[in-house]
Ligand binder design. Structure first.
Ligand SMILES: [Mg+2]
Length: 252
């Protein structure tokens, strides 16, 4: 199997677990650097701007630069820019900085990320109004809930479903497992999807999404991996490895 010319690497569960660096991950990234292989760090997080994600990577001891970090909200912003769409935002205040501000009346797209407390009737109803006038609906992902130290909480998925149901539209998902984010990452390295390998711990979002987008994929047994994911990964034509260090040692 030829060496992948570029890597797409999921962050949470692959490089760190709950803020603790995964054993061997730092050396694995160093080895990738030595081999001169370009990489992109992909995350669906929609409550943190790219610069905070970059800071976190550096705090965990990973060498990384700005152009290597691709968050789902930043991918949505690039998607809007490429299509010259003006978006009204239903997003967490911390990630507003990723987007060009658009007044409600000038919007031809609605962007929904995990907006937390901002998911209230007034804003959802405003989003509904724009969609009924023909605005397109863009979202980072359809995650149903997320886990925090105090338990499970509603993510953006249920709110997006509500808007889809009410307005009779279908959202375009830009974040993983949507193809757009993988293609943006490969494009930014100047590589075709078929030349890139995605390394992730989520068999659906990372592995299923990457395979659909035309990348090779490797599932790691860290983070959210469960034994029942192995068969699904193999069905998808992805390798299964103990951790990122094992993937990198195997391929470079
Ligand atoms: Mg992950």
């Amino acid at each position: 199997m030829p060496q992948p010319k570029g890597l797409c690497i999921d962050i949470s569960g692959v490089l760190h677990e709950e803020g603790e660096t995964v054993a061997g991950a730092r050396d694995a990234i160093a080895r990738v650097r030595e081999a001169g292989v370009p990489c992109r760090f992909l995350t669906n997080t929609s409550r943190k701007p790219s610069r905070a994600v970059l800071d976190q990577l550096r705090e965990l001891g990973f060498e990384a630069n700005e152009e290597e970090v691709l968050t789902a909200p930043a991918a949505v912003a690039r998607h809007l820019e490429a299509r010259n769409l003006k978006a009204w935002l239903l997003v967490h205040p911390d990630i507003e900085e990723e987007f060009e501000p658009t007044p409600f009346s000038g919007a031809d797209a609605v962007v929904v990320c995990d907006a937390g407390e901002r998911f209230d009737y007034r804003r959802l109803d405003q989003a509904f109004g724009l969609l009924m006038e023909g605005a397109s609906l863009l979202a980072v992902g359809m995650n149903r809930y997320f886990k925090q130290s105090d338990g499970l909480h509603l993510d953006a998925g249920p709110f997006i479903r509500a808007l889809e149901y009410a307005a009779g539209v279908e959202a375009t998902i830009i974040g993983k497992p949507g193809e757009a984010m993988f293609h943006q990452a490969c494009d930014s390295m100047g590589l075709a999807p078929g030349d890139c390998l995605m390394i992730g711990d989520d068999v659906d979002a990372d592995i299923g999404g990457a395979r659909k987008a035309g990348l090779e994929a490797a599932l790691v047994k860290t983070g959210k991996y469960r034994d029942s994911d192995r068969d699904r990964a193999e069905e998808l034509g992805a390798g299964v490895f103990d951790d990122i260090a094992a993937v990198v040692t195997h391929r470079y």
